[in-house]
Design a protein around this ligand. Structure first.
Ligand SMILES: *Cc1c(COP(=O)(O)O)cnc(C)c1O
Length: 543
């Protein structure tokens, strides 16, 4: 299997090259040449598979065994998911006869990003070790310096994915004092030598600007071989396809006696930000996993919900207010007074979904473009890249692009979309807590649950909804406590706080402070630490 850029060019990459590159040089995202179909006996053969067995089976459809042998792949996958606390890795819980939650937060940092980042870290390490083993004595080993910025909710998943990995250093910038204490502790209590938390006196935007400037600095970038682990990395999408398959079999085993899986339709409802999680579901669907339309659930940062209403992919809603009928929030709420940051992102109670544009959406747009062109497969490929490239440059220049009706129709075949306000998010947390069984959802999961409820009446009777639960409620304690503060039954420590978080705030921390949000100060930190690491390697080498 080879990979190519959504924006075209003759470049065909191996899986290894795709994973190490992240973004294509022409700005595109890598997608597989073809979407593989499932083996004929998948339903019987895979039905008793564990998460790990399924990972191996699915990943090997996308990775040639000449690149990673079957045994190597299995050991990478085993290593990646033994860090999960639940034996099923991603358990499925029944909320009522029609609705289930697929809990993706049983990894080391209690958030769904662990599913992908645990594997990505091991893949990076595997590839670097293999490359370095081929080097002659005295030749410089290949190394990777991963740099990223976080507002708190996702930095720890990257840190846990890369901690203690050979030939990799990781620097995660966060705005000092502006990250919740639990989230700050989750990052800074990781004291492995290759993990460097950088607390910058400034805002999240400052941190992000610094990271962007570092990547754009060619000399610095090539000296330190900067790498990113952002959500456009193909390996992350691939890792996430697995739980769609697992949950198909989980639901099959939970159906009442006499109900056949062939008589029901599964609808996945996915709290969405950068469109990575739900895109994995789209690949699962195209591979042949039976399912109904995938449901995109967004918060007030609703560029995707608006796209499915009018076919316009635009940063700022251009629909005139009086004509806003179909694009108005479905719950009738208004976000008129909602705080926005400098870039125009709205601050919501589900911060991991606070985005202006969805980076992985480009991959879906490619497939939509593909469906609107004609010719042989090869001609369609080339034409789709050209169309997509045109759309993305419009987006870059004008902040908006409108796709043709045929592309929007193609999008409607596989998806529905809903937007959920903060107010409804809080009400939803409350109502599921009061439900039977009582369930405490984090605010991201609650966006999914709320969307599922809105969509349910349009579904036929045989539909079962699976809402993807993307974070443990203890990670977003403020929103959960705010939703449930009026409830006399609710006790945060007893009902939500996992054992692993007890005493976390008192643990040993390691953090480098940067006094002003200046690129040169951060560069100096990276250079000093990298210098120290080099010196260590040199001493080790000379012994
Ligand atoms: C990243 C994240 C999401 C959004 O996932 P995408 O793949 O970016 O759509 C939702 N919830 C939580 C808790 C997340 O961390």
């Amino acid at each position: 299997m080879k990979y190519f850029s959504t924006r075209g060019g003759d470049q065909k990459l191996s899986f290894e090259e795709t994973v190490l590159a992240g973004l294509a040089p022409n700005g595109g995202l890598y997608i597989p040449e073809t979407i593989p179909s499932l083996p004929a006996d998948w339903r019987t053969k895979w039905s008793s598979y564990s998460f790990i067995d399924l990972s191996v089976a699915i990943l090997s459809l996308y990775i040639s065994s000449e690149e990673i042998s079957h045994d190597e792949l299995r050991s990478l996958v085993e290593k990646s998911y033994k860090t999960f606390r639940h034996p099923e890795v991603t358990p499925l819980k029944k909320l009522n006869d029609k609705m289930f939650v697929l809990e993706l937060f049983h990894g080391p940092t209690f958030a769904f990003k662990d599913v992908a980042l645990q594997l990505l870290g091991n893949l990076f390490e595997f590839f670097l070790l293999r490359r370095n083993a081929k080097k002659a004595a005295g030749e410089k080993p290949e190394k990777l310096t991963v740099v990223g910025a976080t507002s708190g909710d996702t930095g720890s998943a990257a840190i846990y994915g890369l901690r203690n990995k050979a030939n990799i250093s990781i620097f995660i910038l966060h705005p000092k004092g502006r990250v919740s204490p639990i989230q700050e502790a989750q990052m800074t209590t990781v004291t492995d030598a290759n993990v460097h938390n950088v607390a910058v006196k400034g805002t999240f935007d400052d941190c992000q600007d610094i990271v962007k400037t570092l990547f754009a600095d060619r000399e610095f970038n090539s000296t330190h071989r900067l790498g990113a682990v952002n959500s456009i990395n193909w390996a992350r999408i691939l890792a996430q396809t697995v739980y769609y398959f697992l949950s198909f079999f989980q639901i099959q085993s939970q159906l009442p006696v006499g109900t056949n899986i062939d008589d029901i339709v599964i609808q996945y409802v996915v709290p969405t930000g950068n469109f990575g999680d739900i895109l994995a579901g789209y690949y699962a669907k195209k591979m042949g996993l039976p399912m109904g339309k995938l449901a995109v659930a967004t918060n007030a940062n609703d560029i995707l919900a608006r796209f499915w209403k009018n076919g316009k992919y635009e940063k700022v809603d251009s629909t005139p207010v009086e004509a806003a009928g179909p694009t108005a929030p479905v719950d009738g709420s208004s976000d008129g007074k909602q705080a926005t940051d400098a870039s125009g992102v709205k601050e919501t109670l589900s911060p991991a979904m606070d985005i202006l544009i969805s980076s992985n959406f480009e991959r879906l747009l490619w497939y939509l473009a593909y469906e609107t062109v004609s010719g042989t497969t090869d001609e369609k490929h080339t034409a789709a890249c050209k169309t997509l490239d045109g759309w993305m440059s419009k987006m870059k220049n004008d902040g908006r692009v409108e796709v043709p009706v045929s592309a929007l129709e193609a999008a409607h075949k596989d998806f529905v979309a809903e937007r959920i306000s903060d107010q409804v998010t809080l009400e939803t947390i409350r109502s599921f807590f009061d439900g039977e069984p009582s369930y405490v959802a984090d605010p991201h999961t609650a966006v999914g649950l709320a969307a599922a409820r809105i969509i349910a009446p349009q579904n036929s009777l045989n539909v079962r909804q699976i809402v993807l639960s993307t974070a443990h409620p203890a990670k977003f304690s403020e929103a959960v406590s705010r939703a449930l503060e009026g409830s006399s039954h609710f006790n945060f420590e007893r009902d939500v706080l996992p054992e692993e978080f007890h005493g976390l705030l008192q643990k040993e921390k390691r953090v480098i402070e940067v006094e002003r949000p200046e690129v040169d100060l951060v560069k100096a930190v990276i250079e000093e630490v990298a210098g120290r690491d080099e010196a260590k390697v040199a001493t080790a080498g000379s012994v």
